[in-house]
Design a protein around this ligand. Structure first.
Ligand SMILES: Cc1cc2nc3c(=O)[nH]c(=O)nc-3n(C[C@H](O)[C@H](O)[C@H](O)COP(=O)(O)O)c2cc1C
Length: 381
């Protein structure tokens, strides 16, 4: 039975081949940051104010210059089309229907133009800067043409953290399914049927490019190899000139880096440790949010992700100065388990958790929560 976001994780575990479930679920090395991301929410309590007489709660907010029905969006998650046939499109449709934005990953199977045509809605694009400048330019042009509002430049993946489950499953090295993987996939017939019905998985934007191979795994491995390891602030300045929409830097955890992002003209940052998938032993994002909010003093919009599974998690981040939350695994699992309807249900669960908690806090809206700020919380409880 699905009652909360974690239930989707278990439902996805039953439906997905182990290699894909582990790929989504895992963190890097000893998974310490993965655990911190959840654990650090526990040290923050919500204040319960009673008898305030509000009978409705308004969850609408504005972030990245757009109105959103909920204070969240679907963040960039690669390979959605391998967890559910046409996964990129289904996620975008669910977001558009719920009135929230979505951000398409560089590692999506469908191009942002195809997704935009099929789903509409407020869309953004996540860019991994590649050492192939021509291809980076092409990704930007396609995103512009597709009407992407914000460009999320991910900066915490110069080198990929080792996710040990992927190594054990042989997923990291694979450029095409091995016999062991195929045997594993065969244990999940509903998944097989659904994926094959959508056609052989492949990265649309690389379809006619020489040197990338054919299947999704081979194309993705070749694309990963081209991620620019030497990415630096000068290139972010170049991107700032190049991209006319909102520029968001994703993967910041230090106040000095946040200040630098502001200096180079970023509109927003995402406090992110990539869901505990990169630097293991990095701080949780919720624990660094107060310091970064204090340093940036409202001059830089702060978004946040990593570990958000409950409505109360989101309320805590908003009270501490974030203007919106990006979901990662929460919706990837909901998509794997239930397709578009799964994401819709997951969003409605978070909506009701936020509504009920706000009511019990004695608050009438997200705006009221943000106005109250850290006074809405007890920190260190
Ligand atoms: C399976 C998976 C794939 C991801 N792919 C990308 C990606 O392509 N680009 C990116 O910027 N972040 C990617 N991320 C990171 C997410 O955008 C986000 O930072 C992270 O999932 C947040 O943590 P959470 O999953 O605990 O909510 C990925 C995360 C997961 C779990």
């Amino acid at each position: 039975m699905i009652v909360n976001v974690d239930d989707f994780r278990l439902a996805a575990k039953r439906r997905l081949p182990k290699i894909f479930f582990d790929y989504i679920d895992g963190g890097s090395f000893g998974e310490e940051t993965l655990r911190r991301n959840r654990r650090d929410f526990d040290g923050i309590a919500l204040r319960q104010n009673v008898l305030t007489g509000h009978d409705t709660q308004d969850l609408t907010t504005t972030f990245l210059g757009r109105r959103s029905s909920l204070p969240l969006m679907l963040g960039p998650v690669g390979y959605l089309g391998l967890y559910r046939g046409e996964g990129d499109i289904l996620a975008a449709k669910a977001a558009a229907k719920a009135g929230v934005a979505y951000c398409l990953s560089t590692f999506s199977l469908k191009s942002i133009e195809t997704v935009a045509r099929a789903a509409g809605g407020n869309r953004d694009f996540q860019l991994y800067v590649l050492n192939d400048k021509g291809l980076t330019e092409e990704l930007l042009t396609v995103a512009e043409r597709a009407g992407a509002g914000a460009l999320f430049v991910t900066v915490d993946t110069a080198i990929t953290g080792i996710r040990e489950k992927d190594v054990r499953n042989g997923f990291r090295a694979a450029t095409r399914p091995t016999p062991r993987m195929l045997a594993n996939m065969a244990t999940r017939p509903f998944w097989c049927y659904d994926i094959l019905r959508a056609g052989t998985p492949a990265v649309e934007i690389l379809a006619r490019k020489p040197g990338f191979g054919k299947g999704a795994l081979e194309q993705a491995a070749n694309l990963s190899r081209r991620i620019d390891k030497t990415l630096n602030w000068a290139q972010i300045e170049w991107l700032r000139d190049r991209w006319k929409g909102k520029l968001v830097i994703k993967g910041i955890l230090e106040p000095d880096d946040a200040m630098k992002a502001r200096e180079v003209g970023a509109d927003a940052i995402v406090l992110s440790n990539h869901g505990g998938r990169q630097l293991d032993s990095a701080a949780s994002t919720i624990s660094v949010l107060p310091e970064i909010a204090d340093r940036t003093r409202g001059e830089l919009e702060l978004l946040i992700d990593s570990g958000f599974r409950r409505g109360s998690d989101i309320l805590k981040a908003l009270a501490l100065g974030a203007s919106g939350v990006l979901l990662g695994r929460a919706y990837a699992f909901a998509l794997a388990a239930g397709g578009e309807a799964g994401i819709a249900r997951m969003l409605s669960i978070l909506e009701s958790e936020m509504t009920i908690n706000l009511a019990l806090m004695g608050l009438e809206s997200i705006e009221a929560l943000q106005a109250k700020g850290a006074d809405a919380l007890r920190i260190g409880s």
